[in-house]
Design a protein. Structure first.
Length: 212
C-alpha cells in the first residue's frame, strides 16, 4: 500500500532550508502607497465573484489591521477570529481531516501536533529585524512570505485558506507599517509546497511591491 504524500510535511522540512536571509531587503518606513491595494483587490476581484464574499473579506481585513495596530499576537486563535468573518460562520476550528488544493495535486495531512506546530510558525513571523546583529531575525519580506506560505500549507481551515493566508501576510506587513499598492501578483500566483526557489521568490516579490 502506497502512503499518500503529505505536502505539509514536505513544506515543514523545506521551510528550514530556504535561505530566507537572502531575501531582498526593503527600506523602512516604506513610502505610503497611492492606493490601498488590498481593499482595491477585494472590491474588484472578490466582488466580481460575490459581493457577500467581498464584504466579509473587507470586514476581516479591517480586523486584521486593527489587531496589527494594537499588537494582538499572531496566533491560530487570531486567525480563527478573522476566519469567522471571512466565512460568516460562528466558529472556525482547526480542520480535522486531510485537506487538498490545486485540484487535488497537493494533500495536507493531519496530526495531533499540527496546531502547536502552526502556533510556533506564526510566532516566528513576529520577530523584528535588528540592524547589524549577526543573529538578527529575518527581513520583513521573508517573514511575511513565510507566514503566508505557512498558512497556505497548514491549510488550517475547512475553507477559505487562501484568504486566511492573505490576511496573515497583510497583518505581518501592517505590524511594520507597510501596505501594498497592488496585491494581485501575490494572490493570483499559485505557490507549491515543494518549491524552495518559489518561496524565496515570493519574499523578493514583496520587496518589489513594497517599492512600487
Amino acid at each position: 500500500m502506497t502512503t499518500a504524500t503529505d505536502h505539509l510535511r514536505i513544506w515543514l522540512a523545506l521551510r528550514t532550508q530556504v535561505p530566507w536571509h537572502q531575501a531582498r531587503p526593503v527600506a523602512l518606513p516604506a513610502r505610503r502607497p497611492a492606493r490601498d491595494g488590498a481593499v482595491h483587490d477585494i472590491r474588484t476581484h472578490d466582488h466580481a465573484r460575490s459581493p457577500h464574499r467581498a464584504h466579509s473579506l473587507l470586514t476581516a481585513l479591517a480586523l486584521a489591521r486593527a489587531d496589527a495596530a494594537s499588537g494582538t499576537p499572531l496566533t491560530f486563535a487570531t486567525l480563527s477570529t478573522w476566519q469567522r468573518h471571512v466565512l460568516d460562520v460562528p466558529e472556525a476550528p482547526f480542520r480535522r481531516h486531510p485537506a487538498y488544493a490545486k485540484g487535488g495535486r497537493e494533500r495536507y495531512g493531519t496530526g495531533a501536533d499540527l496546531p502547536a506546530l502552526l502556533e510556533a510558525c506564526l510566532a516566528e513571523a513576529a520577530a523584528e529585524a535588528v540592524a547589524g546583529a549577526e543573529d538578527s531575525p529575518l527581513p520583513l519580506t521573508a517573514r511575511a512570505a513565510r507566514a503566508y506560505l505557512d498558512v497556505c500549507f497548514f491549510h488550517p481551515f475547512d475553507d477559505g485558506n487562501a484568504r486566511s493566508a492573505f490576511l496573515t501576510l497583510t497583518y505581518v506587513l501592517a505590524r511594520a507599517g507597510v501596505a501594498l499598492e497592488q496585491v494581485g501578483p501575490v494572490r493570483r500566483i499559485q505557490r507549491h509546497a515543494d518549491d524552495p526557489e518559489g518561496a524565496l521568490a515570493l519574499a523578493d516579490l514583496l520587496a518589489v511591491l513594497i517599492g512600487v
